[in-house]
Design a protein around this ligand. Structure first.
Ligand SMILES: *Cc1c(COP(=O)(O)O)cnc(C)c1O
Length: 509
């Protein structure tokens, strides 16, 4: 078939009028440009209807109700048109999707997203670069590297820092723990884990985290063959941050038992309380005991954006490696995360060469390949483009103002809860998570848990407000995660009033 090149859009329109149906009409290529535009326009319309119609964060539908509708779906008989497909997806998904952008969604670490990042998503999926080698991404690789450098700079790392975008904080934490273990074995035991597997001493390896650290650390230890028991949970202080004396004691105790400490994982922004472990002191102890220091800043990374609150991360620059989740507090759509190391040499240990992809003899200074820094992904989305759009259009300062707003709202909300005799706040938050419960005088401790569980379930089933819950010392608490700059103190009052209404209803029953 003849190759036709278009010179302008009028010619293109004339051309597509002549050829009614291009061959392979569902493949995205130059002859299906119109079909692509129509399909994406319709998708956009559905998103618009989501914004217009979603008044509550959740419809309240049950898995049984929604599941019943799925029984009728037969993949053997495809639908006839996009119209039918979008109508079906609306019913099965969009109408019941959780709306993170509403202030009445105050449950988990899901931020509302910024528009530049959404525009970037359109390019990411259509152009579909793969961020593994230069020949699959070109400018994409350079953009990712610039954003890694920028993030490293915010952390306070020097020019030797490096890193890679990952699918999420759990993956980034895995990279931190894996590098910690492999370096320890190579450096101190002369053992190459990448080649030979865990050394004989592996059952004695110990990693220190706080008892409020993220569960991905346990999962990662298990995945690496160290077992969950290799993770020592150090007790926390009155504000649920790692207790530094307890850490020192725990390290001593493990040493005395003949075990081998290899790493400390500090949490900058705990999932339950939004508090930051004492990073400077942890850095000092890590140095003293020659341990790898990883900082899990999956949530706390947002503090990097604000000069007003950045001090909360003082000491993060002492880390060997850091987890950043842009999809937690940089207002980025899922997924967008990074793993950053203080020194690019630290990443070399994971490099694996495949002749067909990243052969050993290639000059990676001249032809950079992010695959050399990735352990859990080969083909990898160009998520970095979202952050690129965001920073180029909005800039750090504006994003930082959003974080400042969220922190201010959380502080005000904390005061309101503290001042209310019917509510009990468990801890202040460095960032924006509040753990509290409804507490009526004369209710037995066991009943307080049941009461708060009732409140949460009631709100979830009506879908009017989504809050989270957690357990502290076996007791049930409600949890606010405030990540939306749109959330006002008025919204907080409304939600608290609803909580009290349901609490009173429970007691009157
Ligand atoms: C959310 C979270 C993680 C896990 O990140 P994902 O992106 O969900 O994999 C790790 N650590 C902390 C402190 C978190 O809050």
């Amino acid at each position: 078939m003849e190759n036709i090149s278009y010179t302008n859009s009028t010619e293109r329109e004339e051309f597509s009028a002549i050829i009614e149906t291009p061959p392979f009409q569902d493949i995205f290529y130059e002859k299906t440009a119109d079909a692509y535009r129509d399909a994406v326009d319709q998708a956009k319309e559905l998103v618009m209807s989501f914004l217009e119609n979603q008044q509550k964060p959740f419809s309240g539908i049950t898995p049984a109700e929604l599941g019943a509708q799925f029984k009728q779906i037969k993949f053997d008989t495809p639908l006839n048109s996009y119209d039918e497909m979008f109508a079906e997806v609306k019913e099965l998904y969009v109408d019941h999707a959780t709306a993170f952008h509403l202030p009445s969604y105050i449950a988990h670490l899901n931020c509302p997203v910024v528009i530049p990042a959404l525009a970037a998503e359109v390019l990411i999926s259509a152009i579909n670069s793969s961020q593994d080698t230069w020949d699959q991404s070109a400018g994409g690789t350079l953009m990712e590297r610039r954003l890694i450098d920028w993030t490293a700079e915010q952390i306070g790392f020097g020019p030797e820092a490096d890193g890679v975008f990952t699918g999420g904080g759990s993956q980034s934490n895995l990279m931190g723990l894996l590098l910690a273990r492999d370096y320890f074995a190579l450096d101190r035991l002369g053992h190459n884990i990448k080649l030979d597997g865990n050394p004989a001493e592996y059952a004695k390896f110990r990693i220190f985290v706080s008892d409020k650290s993220h569960f991905s650390n346990q999962k990662n230890a298990s995945l690496m063959g160290l077992g969950e028991r290799s993770i020592i949970q150090v007790k926390t202080d009155s504000r649920f941050r790692m207790d530094i004396d307890a850490l020192e004691l725990a390290i001593q105790k493990e040493l005395e038992s003949g075990n081998i400490p290899i790493a400390i994982i500090a949490t900058a922004g705990t999932t339950d309380f939004g508090n930051v472990d004492p990073l400077n002191k942890i850095g000092f102890l890590a140095e003293k005991h020659k341990l790898w220091m990883h900082v899990d800043a999956a949530y706390g990374c947002g503090l990097l954006l604000t000069d007003k609150h950045k001090y909360l991360l003082n000491g993060i620059e002492l880390a060997h490696s850091v987890t950043i989740d842009y999809h937690k507090s940089f207002f980025q759509p899922i997924s967008s995360s990074a793993f950053i190391v203080r020194d690019k040499k630290l990443l070399e240990i994971i490099r694996h060469h495949a002749d067909y992809l990243n052969p050993k003899e290639e000059n990676y200074e001249a032809y950079p390949a992010q695959i050399n820094k990735s352990i859990t992904q080969s083909t990898r989305r160009f998520d970095a483009l979202k952050l690129w759009f965001t920073l180029r259009l909005m800039g750090r300062e504006k994003l930082g103002e959003y974080i400042d707003t969220v922190i201010a709202t959380a502080k005000e909300a904390a005061s309101v809860i503290k001042a209310d005799p019917m509510l009990e706040l468990l801890s202040d938050s460095d960032i924006s998570i509040l753990v509290f419960r409804y507490k009526s005088i004369g209710v037995s401790p066991g009943n307080v848990c049941a009461l708060n569980e009732f409140i949460k379930k009631k709100m979830f089933h009506t879908g009017e407000v989504l809050v989270a819950s957690t357990k502290v010392d076996g007791n049930y608490y409600l949890k606010f995660t405030i990540l939306n700059p749109l959330t006002t103190l008025q919204d907080i009052h409304k939600i608290l009033n609803l909580i009290k209404t349901y609490g009173a209803a429970y007691l009157n029953n």
